[in-house]
Design a protein around this ligand. Structure first.
Ligand SMILES: [Zn+2]
Length: 404
């Protein structure tokens, strides 16, 4: 299927660079001063965002929901229909006399999004997704140890294959990459893939001919949790896998940090008592305590012993509790600094849910101020293994349409 932006001047593609922020717009907070030249794009995003959140509505409903005048809404809706971004979907069923209102909605069936999740060490995964973040088609490509340019080539080829798989026009491609990613879609550093200053956005855009947005995988995941998981706007998503990373939303806005490495909590040492040796050379990094391979290794050792079953179970709990406590120590300071309302943990449930998470919760509670931080919710994500892919869909929607 053909791919591309919205041809014609004033289309979304040409506005992308200046409007790019990939800020979730679920609770759009207009700046006090909206310049006239920005107002139109802002109001278009507001209309799209309202429809995205609420589904089909009449023009009068949209005017009420956005606070814009009926005249403005008619004008904006006409231009969005001309751009094929929204469609009239029929008349409202009503028992009241008079002409029923025409309902309009985002043109959900006419566009798809391609998402790539590069966070797994064995395979690159990708999907064609609906605008609502549902997976239509999934493809995987084994990494076979590829790094550097070989790994870039695999990501580019996967993106191109998925664009071919799409059954309607591709709105854009979102990529969740491990490592530190800057605002231009350059992967500054992803040691596992041997990437330093890789212009991944440029490489994929050149071949796929579709707008591309690249972000850190945990930053993508936190957007999925926010948009599809009903999380509040002061949220941290902690992703536990081969490494440990986090994505942060503060006041509904992603936090990137001065060097784009906000949320990189994996290689921060927890405590002053040493701990397991980490791949980075330090002892007692959060990742050294909590990474999935480390936990599986400890649990396998306990299970391989000749000890009675009850003792094996006791050791299993001890291992998981120790890891959970270290996670809690790390989180407590962040909860204190940012006054987060919610922390969501994503990763293998059989390891993380239960003893480990309970220990983390207890530790955070014991180490923070009850009156201000006691309400923080700490839970497992319900977004499943597709969380990064679904997050990339949010990136594309918010980056290109101002919607999430
Ligand atoms: Zn480390």
């Amino acid at each position: 299927m053909s791919a591309g932006g919205f041809g014609g001047g004033g289309g979304i593609a040409s506005e992308r660079v200046e409007s790019f922020s990939y800020t979730p717009a679920r609770r759009l907070r207009p700046n006090a001063k909206v310049l006239p030249e920005h107002a139109r794009g802002h109001n278009r995003a507001l209309v799209l965002q309202t429809l995205f959140a609420s589904g089909a509505m009449s023009r009068a409903d949209i005017a009420r929901a956005t606070g814009l005048t009926r005249v403005s809404i008619s004008d904006l809706v006409a231009s969005l229909i001309a751009d094929n971004l929204i469609v009239e979907v029929g008349l409202r069923e009503t028992s009241r006399p008079g002409k029923p209102a025409t309902l309009i909605d985002i043109n959900r069936d006419e566009f798809q999004i391609v998402g790539l999740d590069l966070s797994d060490t064995e395979v690159f995964r990708g999907a064609v997704l609906t605008l609502d973040g549902e997976v239509v088609t999934m493809l995987e490509v084994p990494l076979d140890g590829a790094t550097g340019v070989d790994a870039i080539a695999k990501a580019v080829a996967l993106a191109a294959d998925l664009v071919e798989e799409a059954t309607v026009e591709v709105l854009g491609i979102g990529v969740g990459s491990p490592g530190v990613v800057d605002m231009t879609g350059t992967v500054r550093s992803a040691p596992n893939l041997g990437w330093t200053d890789v212009d991944l956005q440029g490489a994929i855009e050149q071949v796929a001919q579709v707008p591309v947005i690249v972000a850190n995988d945990a930053n993508a995941a936190v957007l999925a949790e926010y948009s599809f998981g009903g999380a509040d706007g002061d949220l941290m998503l902690v992703s536990v896998g081969n490494g440990v990373g986090a994505g942060l939303l503060v006041g509904g806005h992603p936090l990137f940090g001065s060097r784009f490495a906000a949320g990189e909590i994996g290689h921060v040492v927890v405590g002053t008592d040493g701990g397991p040796l980490c791949a980075c050379g330090k002892r007692g990094c959060l990742e050294a305590w909590l990474a999935v391979p480390h936990l599986r290794e400890l649990l396998a050792a306990a299970e391989a012993s000749d000890l009675p079953a009850a003792e094996v179970e006791r050791r299993r709990e001890e291992i998981l509790r120790a890891a959970g406590e270290r996670l809690g120590v790390s989180l407590a300071a962040i909860v204190g600094a940012l006054n987060l309302s919610e922390i969501v943990v994503s990763g293998p449930e059989e390891l993380l849910a239960g003893v480990l998470l309970d220990a983390a919760i207890e530790t955070v509670r014991a180490r923070t101020m009850t009156e201000f931080h006691g309400g923080v919710q700490i839970r497992m994500s319900e977004q499943g293994a597709d969380i990064v892919l679904r997050g990339t869909a949010v990136m594309v929607l918010s980056g290109l349409l101002g919607v999430s």
